[in-house]
Design a protein around this ligand. Structure first.
Ligand code: FE
Ligand code: FE
Ligand code: ZN
Length: 284
């Protein structure tokens, strides 16, 4: 089954997101767990969650992908910045226990001059503490998002992503629910040529990280050329990756069964049109 959807506003709650997804032809969706710039999360209405879960089961919607605020920096140089990231992520995971089977995606962080190794150490240590403090194995799979390598972002290379997974696993054990979300704009900007060598990129991911870790795809075109390290998303077919290459992504045998989440600069009508376009490009 083709699982395709997009980022939605969480302002109206879970059921409203499910209904919006259905209305635009989506069967998965992503949302920010709270204001993307951080801050306190709205209290969860258990009734809304129950209504959403019934609706999602009936309509075949899921998995949902909760995105951590992108301003969190687990690798920040200041303790205050790291503590905020840690408290926020721990709280997000606790809230996600209400929607078992969800995915939780986060940007590993930016080392802000401390070096990739130090950054990776801070990130993996934080995640290990969060998991150790959780008390049980979360009902959510935590995904490291592949990054474009803008500024001092950690997680641009598959090797960096693998090192993060290994370090967390070494600390908390192999049962840690860890995976990867591959963002097509980010890997392209990061230097992986998914236009001319998608098979090679998939093989490299498998060799370095392992395809069993790949749990979701952020499907975006990019405003910038290969290796630009910029991270500016474009609408499907309107960027440097292009419609043909993205059609190969959604049909690739190693990727086609993953859920795809659009994060293109679109309004709802734009997303509806992109989802219809991608459905027409999907080979059954
Ligand atoms: Fe992201
Ligand atoms: Fe993304
Ligand atoms: Zn991005």
């Amino acid at each position: 089954m083709f699982r395709i959807g997009c980022h939605l506003s969480s302002a109206g709650g879970y059921l409203a997101m499910g209904q919006t997804a259905e209305s635009i032809g989506a069967n998965v969706f992503q949302f920010f767990t709270r204001n993307p710039r951080g801050g306190a999360a709205k209290p969860i209405d258990p009734r809304d969650v129950a209504d959403f879960r019934a609706f999602a089961a009936e309509k075949g919607i899921g998995p949902i992908l909760a995105h951590a605020p992108y301003t969190l920096n687990a690798a920040g140089a200041e303790a205050r910045v790291r503590e905020f990231a840690e408290a926020t992520m721990a709280d997000d995971l606790r809230r996600l226990e209400l929607t078992p089977g969800a995915l939780y995606n986060f940007h590993p962080g930016s080392h802000v001059g401390q070096g990739t190794e130090k950054g990776a150490e801070l990130i993996s240590a934080m995640l290990a503490r969060i998991l150790a403090g959780f008390g049980s194995i979360p009902a959510t799979t935590i995904l490291f998002e592949t990054m474009a390598g803008k500024g001092s972002e950690v997680g641009r290379t598959f090797e960096e992503v693998r090192a993060l997974i290994d370090a967390v696993e070494a600390a908390v054990g192999p049962e840690a629910p860890l995976g990867v979300c591959l963002d097509t704009c980010h890997v392209w900007d990061g230097g992986y040529d998914i236009v001319n060598d998608l098979d090679g990129v998939v093989a490299a991911f498998d060799r370095v990280v392992g395809l069993k870790r790949l749990k979701a795809i952020h499907l975006n075109d990019s405003m910038n050329p290969l290796s630009a390290h910029k991270d500016r998303h474009a609408c499907i077919g309107k960027g440097k990756i292009g419609q043909e290459a993205l059609a190969r992504v959604i049909n690739h045998p190693a990727l086609r069964d993953l859920p795809f989440y659009l994060e293109t600069p679109c309004d709802l009508d734009g997303y509806r049109a992109e989802i219809a376009l991608l459905r027409s490009l999907r080979a059954e």
